[in-house]
Structures are given as structure tokens and as C-alpha cells.
Design a protein around this ligand. Structure first.
Ligand code: ATP
Ligand code: MG
Length: 415
């Protein structure tokens, strides 16, 4: 049963307000095993609403609309539903009594316009609204079920759960559950990873596998249906295992696990401590690691050594080195890593120095050139990143931070 969600309100299409109802309803429908194939947003215009409902009737068996059920001039959903179905609006006595009772409870006179909210397309069923004046509407037309709910998110949510879900179950629309799992990877490009996964992402495969990229973290999103959650999970487990095995140490973890969390998990696993010395990332690594609660046992601290002077004073980087090679150099990255490791007595010293741009690049040291240093008891090594020069400053800083943390993670993974 394909579903469509329609968000009605001029404030939504003008950009004044974000349509959050469609996202919420789609997540709920998905969990009920009802796939949503279409989202439509439109303003408060009667003709356009009738047209949109007609299009939905042609391509979806379940249509859930929100908004436009209020008593004001621009609330047109009930008129549009009636016109689309070719039936008149009729006053529903029960609805009217409920609206009158609500005003009586609040000790307020009822405006004439509120009477309009008791009008329903002929043959439709009202959905009681326990917290607002606008009742919802449940209506069959042709082979499609139309549901209209108020726009106010908390009214809509409560009515969806209390009124709509039981009716969907009753009419047999609730199908098999759909379960989603996400595996995150870092360290290679999206197209590279996709090239190694064509057999997984092929259309029509079950479980279904999709790839998305967000800030250089690549995510495999695995979806599978089943009679219940346990069955769906059991069906997708071999696919999850295959991804973990095929991509090995590129795998950061599941769900929302990103590079920082994966690094902290490794520090915890081998009980090692880390200290950081950051130049071009300005403390971003420290920020991301300390965003994870309870890391003080493994992350000792860091220094933002932005000027050469700070690299000398706080990290014991020799001035001769800075003068001979410049701050963005493997020699200085090395000295920063060694310096912070010994200053804080950490197992791992991690450093970053680079040209974040947009200015400051030279032909030899272009914007996006970053040197990383990693000092351990076994010695110190460096790594070069070329992230620019076309990338904006915040992207270069974010990528440099991620690559640095990922390098430390990989180092720990071998232990
Ligand atoms: P009522 O008039 O009874 O409050 P209604 O059905 O007429 O309900 P609207 O007037 O369209 O609803 O919207 C009421 C409020 O809910 C407004 O603040 C509106 O911006 C917000 N709203 C409407 N639709 C959405 C949506 N899709 N996502 C998030 N907020 C919404
Ligand atoms: Mg409105």
C-alpha cells in the first residue's frame, strides 16, 4: 500500500516554517510497514488543493494530509476533500456537539466560524480531537483512503497515534514492519566504496542497501521488512556481517557513531591515553572528543598552538625548526606530536598543522595542505593530507580533524 503525505499551509511553501509533520508521519508509516512514496507541500489555495488531492488519489492508496482544518478563511482542506470526491459538505451533529462542549468547558463563547469545523464531506468519518477544536477526517474515495489531520504538530501526533493507527490496523493496511540499520565508514571516497558494493546496492535486493555520504563519513543504510522486528533483523544480519567483513577497518560503527566516538571506543578498549596539539583545526578535535561523556580517563587534554610562538612555548617546538621548514611541515607536525605527548604524559600525541585558507596558500604550500603527526612509545610519524584548495575553511578544518582522529583510531586498532 503506497502512501502519500500532503502538508498544507502557505507558511510551509513560503519557507517561513519547516514542514516537520511529513517527516514524523513518514517515519511512523514506515515503522508500520506502509511505504511513503510521495511528499507534497502546497499553500492555502482551494483549486491547487483539489488538484493535489486528485493527483494523490491517482498514485497512492493512503493519503495523509495535515493543516487547513481550522476555522479561518484560509483553512480549506474539508472543502477541497469534498470537491475532489464530488460530494457535498454536511454538518455532523456529533462533531458540532463536541466543538460546543469544548467552548463550554473553556467558558468561552463559540464563534460562528467554528461551526464550519463540524462540516464533513458526505460519507466521511470524523476523528475526534481531544485537545483542539478541529476534528480530523477519515474518508474513503475510490480505492484511496484520505485522512486529514490538524496542522498543529502536537495535536496531529496525538490524533495519528490514537485515531489513525487503530483504524489502519482495522482496515488491514498495517503490513510488515520495516527495520533500518546504519553502518558508518571513514577513510575512502564515496565512489570508491560504492564500486566495492555494487552487488549490495543493486536495485531490488533484499535487504535493501543504500549509500549516503555526510562530511566524508560514508553510511551504508540497510533496510529490511519482516513480520516483526526480530524477523527483519535476523534477515538483515548476514548483509550487515558482509559489510563489516568487506570494509574491515574502514568501519567506524553503527547508528550515529562517527570518527570521534570510534576513536574513544578504541582508547577505551586498549586503555590508552591521548593528548592533542592543534593548529589549523583550532581545537575542533578536542571539542569533538570531549562532546562524548566520560572520556576524561582516556583524553587528557590538548593545546591550541596557533602562532609559532605558542608552538615553541607550549609544545617545545624548536624555533630553528619553525624557521627552517615553516609551521606547515612534517618536521613541525612531528615536533608538536612529540611535544604534547611528553608535556601531558600521554600514550598517544596527535598533532595537526595546515593551511585552512582561504588565504595564506603558496604554490609549495597550497590551501588544504595539512600535516598530521602521531607520537607513540614506538616513535613518531607524519602524514600528509591534500584537502583543498577549492574547499571552504570549515570543510578543510572538519576533514583535517576527522582524518587525524581516524589515524589515531587505526593505530589503536592494530594493538
Ligand atoms: P487549527 O487551526 O485547528 O490550529 P489547522 O489544521 O488549521 O489547525 P494550520 O492553521 O494549518 O492548522 O496550522 C496550525 C499551526 O501548525 C501553525 O503554526 C502551522 O505553522 C503549524 N503547522 C501546520 N502544518 C505544519 C507542518 N506540516 N509541519 C509543521 N508545522 C505545521
Ligand atoms: Mg493553515
Amino acid at each position: 500500500m503506497i502512501a502519500e503525505v500532503i502538508a498544507i499551509g502557505s507558511e510551509l511553501v513560503s519557507g517561513e516554517r519547516l514542514d516537520t509533520n511529513s517527516q514524523w508521519i513518514s517515519q511512523r508509516l514506515n515503522a508500520l510497514g506502509i511505504p511513503v512514496h510521495f511528499h507534497t507541500s502546497l499553500g492555502d489555495d482551494l483549486g491547487e488543493n483539489i488538484a493535489a488531492l486528485g493527483i494523490a488519489a491517482g498514485r497512492a492508496r493512503l493519503v495523509i494530509a495535515t493543516g487547513g482544518l481550522g476555522p479561518t478563511q484560509d483553512d480549506l482542506t474539508r472543502d477541497a476533500l469534498a470537491a475532489m470526491a464530488g460530494v457535498p459538505l454536511v454538518e455532523d451533529a456529533e462533531c458540532l456537539a463536541a466543538i460546543e462542549a469544548l467552548f463550554a468547558r473553556r467558558n468561552r463563547p463559540m464563534a460562528d466560524r467554528n461551526r464550519l469545523q463540524a462540516l464533513l464531506p458526505q460519507g466521511a468519518t470524523p476523528l475526534p480531537n481531544p485537545i483542539g477544536t478541529a476534528p480530523g477526517i477519515w474518508m474513503g474515495s475510490g480505492s484511496t483512503v484520505f485522512v486529514a489531520l490538524p496542522g498543529v504538530p502536537y495535536e496531529m501526533k496525538r490524533m495519528f497515534d490514537e485515531q489513525v493507527v487503530p483504524r489502519l490496523r482495522e482496515c488491514g493496511a498495517v503490513g510488515r514492519v520495516i527495520v533500518h540499520r546504519v553502518i558508518n565508514l571513514f577513510g575512502r571516497g564515496e565512489s570508491d566504496i560504492e564500486a566495492q558494493a555494487f552487488d549490495l546496492t543493486v536495485r531490488g535486493r533484499r535487504p535493501e542497501v543504500g549509500i549516503t555520504a555526510n562530511d566524508a563519513t560514508i553510511s551504508f543504510r540497510v533496510s529490511c521488512d519482516g513480520a516483526n522486528e526480530a524477523e527483519a533483523l535476523a534477515t538483515m544480519e548476514p548483509t550487515l556481517a558482509l559489510i563489516r567483513q568487506r570494509f574491515g577497518d574502514l568501519v567506524l560503527g553503527e547508528g550515529s557513531t562517527d570518527v570521534a566516538a570510534a576513536l574513544v571506543a578504541q582508547l577505551e578498549r586498549v586503555d590508552a591515553t591521548l593528548a592533542t596539539a592543534e593548529s589549523c583545526t583550532g581545537g575542533l578535535i578536542a571539542r569533538r572528543i570531549t562532546a562524548i561523556p566520560g572520556v576524561s580517563a582516556w583524553y587528557l587534554g590538548g593545546v591550541v598552538s596557533y602562532a609559532n610562538h605558542a608552538k615553541e612555548r607550549l609544545l617545545d617546538v624548536p624555533r630553528t625548526l619553525l624557521e627552517a621548514h615553516g609551521a606547515v611541515s612534517p618536521e613541525v607536525a612531528e615536533a608538536m606530536a612529540v611535544g604534547i605527548r611528553s608535556r601531558l604524559g600521554a600514550d598517544l600525541g596527535l598533532s595537526v598543522t595546515g593551511v585552512a585558507g582561504p588565504s595564506g596558500g603558496t604554490p609549495e604550500k597550497p590551501v588544504g595542505l595539512v600535516w598530521l603527526g602521531l607520537a607513540t612509545s614506538a616513535g613518531v610519524s607524519t602524514r600528509k593530507l591534500e584537502l583543498g584548495p577549492e574547499q571552504p575553511r570549515d570543510v578543510i578544518q572538519g576533514r583535517a580533524a576527522k582524518h587525524a582522529m581516524n589515524w589515531a583510531r587505526l593505530e589503536l586498532l592494530r594493538r
